[in-house]
Design a protein around this ligand. Structure first.
Ligand SMILES: Cc1ncc(COP(=O)(O)O)c(C=O)c1O
Length: 380
């Protein structure tokens, strides 16, 4: 009999050994490994040690993995390429689009550096980057639109901003980009695994994400989505043997590129990491992303209320549920963020210190008791 895993249940907590000691509220940084992913990775490594190439991963397994990643964002498996991290996917877009001098990229001022440096790669080609400031943590769609003109080629934005937790409205942004002929590129790492993503309804052209945050996977693996209609638009400048239509043909040096997004995979993938990530994505799909989102938004909503009651300053725009995410960042009225961070560390409450605030990021196995452990450390 399989036990249904409810968010916040014993069954959920049991999957995360970290809960034995910590109130682990740091999924916006790096998630702890769960038993299923760790077990799958350990088994894979043990088989490899015992049998070598006899357990060489079959092509069907990769096809199934592509389907699993695609399901998470409502894409097709042909639109998925596996990568090492989020940056690699964003670089595929930066290096792959056919830029002209005078083009511009619109982005926000509050982006994590992973969504900054890839675009700097194309500045020498005469491309300008326009960074739109946030207003009290909110990035207004109107401000992004006002920054666009007829030379805007790309909107590059995070689904969820890493510091404030502000959730951008991908539905509206995608619609606007579609109307204006602007390509829409999303850094999804702070949302994928905790909030639903539908690349079709959101009209996303390119999306990149990485394993070790809300997807609960290991480090060094992620995936990239390229809308089918955009495959030919993106020049795979770093193609390799695994980018070809038939990588198993070792003697034809003139093969065409793969007709799918696998053209962006140059060589052998990090299989132990991929196996772990895929086990975690299976877990997330089993629990259900809609249920996870509902649960985490309730939990962060209650945390926001409790912080307000204690006079804390919220750096997270918290008025509208649809603008919130799994991230809540705050300052205490009397205790410095550094001091509070040290106290939380001492109490085994795991959070991040970011930009002068304490960033709290619970996932579906966290409970109100974890939040209470954090609140108990705040000076009254
Ligand atoms: C918004 C965002 N993008 C990307 C990353 C990480 O990038 P990568 O997966 O390339 O290491 C982070 C990590 O903190 C992030 O917050």
């Amino acid at each position: 009999m399989t036990i249904e895993i409810e968010p916040g249940s014993h069954a959920a907590r049991d999957l995360f050994p970290v809960t034995e000691r910590y109130a682990y509220l740091n999924h916006a940084a790096v998630s702890p490994l769960n038993r299923r992913a760790a077990g799958a990775m350990q088994r894979w490594v043990a088989d490899w040690a015992a049998h070598g190439t006899r357990v060489y991963p079959p092509a069907e397994q990769l096809a199934e993995y592509r389907q699993r990643a695609a399901t998470l964002i409502n894409a097709a498996p042909e639109e998925i390429a596996f990568t090492r991290n989020t940056t690699e996917g964003l670089l595929l877009v930066a290096r792959g689009l056919d830029w002209r001098p005078g083009d511009n990229i619109v982005t926000a001022e509050t982006e994590f550096t992973a969504n900054v440096y890839p675009w700097k790669n194309v500045e020498p080609e005469g491309v300008t980057i326009r960074r739109v400031p946030a207003r009290h943590g909110r990035i207004l769609v109107e401000d992004l639109v006002a920054a666009m003109d007829d030379r805007t080629r790309l909107l590059a934005i995070s689904f969820v901003e890493f510091y404030t937790g502000y959730r951008n409205d991908l539905f509206r942004l995608g619609e606007i980009c579609h109307r204006r002929g602007v390509r829409f590129c999303v850094d999804a790492i702070q949302g994928a695994g905790v909030l639903p993503i539908d690349v079709q309804a959101m009209r996303v052209d390119f999306l990149s994400t990485g394993g070790p945050k809300w997807l609960l996977g290991p480090m060094g693996v992620g995936f990239f989505y390229c809308r089918r209609e955009r495959l030919e638009e993106l020049n795979p400048r770093l193609y390799g043997w695994l980018s070809t239509a038939n990588p198993d043909d070792y003697f034809d040096y003139d093969q065409p590129l793969s007709p799918t997004a696998s053209r962006f995979e140059s060589g052998t993938l990090s299989w132990p990491s991929l196996v772990g990530l895929m086990e975690s994505i299976a877990l997330l799909l089993e629990v259900g992303i809609e249920r996870i989102a509902e649960y985490v938004l309730n939990l962060t909503g209650e945390l926001i209320a409790a912080l307000r009651a204690r006079g804390c300053e919220l750096l997270t725009p918290a008025e509208r549920r649809e603008e919130r995410s799994g991230i809540v960042t705050f300052r205490h009225p009397s205790c410095s963020p550094e001091e509070l961070f040290a106290r939380l560390e001492a109490a085994d409450v795991v959070v991040s210190l970011r930009g002068g605030g304490i960033r709290v990021a619970p996932h579906f196995y966290n409970t109100w008791e974890d939040i209470e452990r954090l609140l108990a450390v705040l000076p009254s």
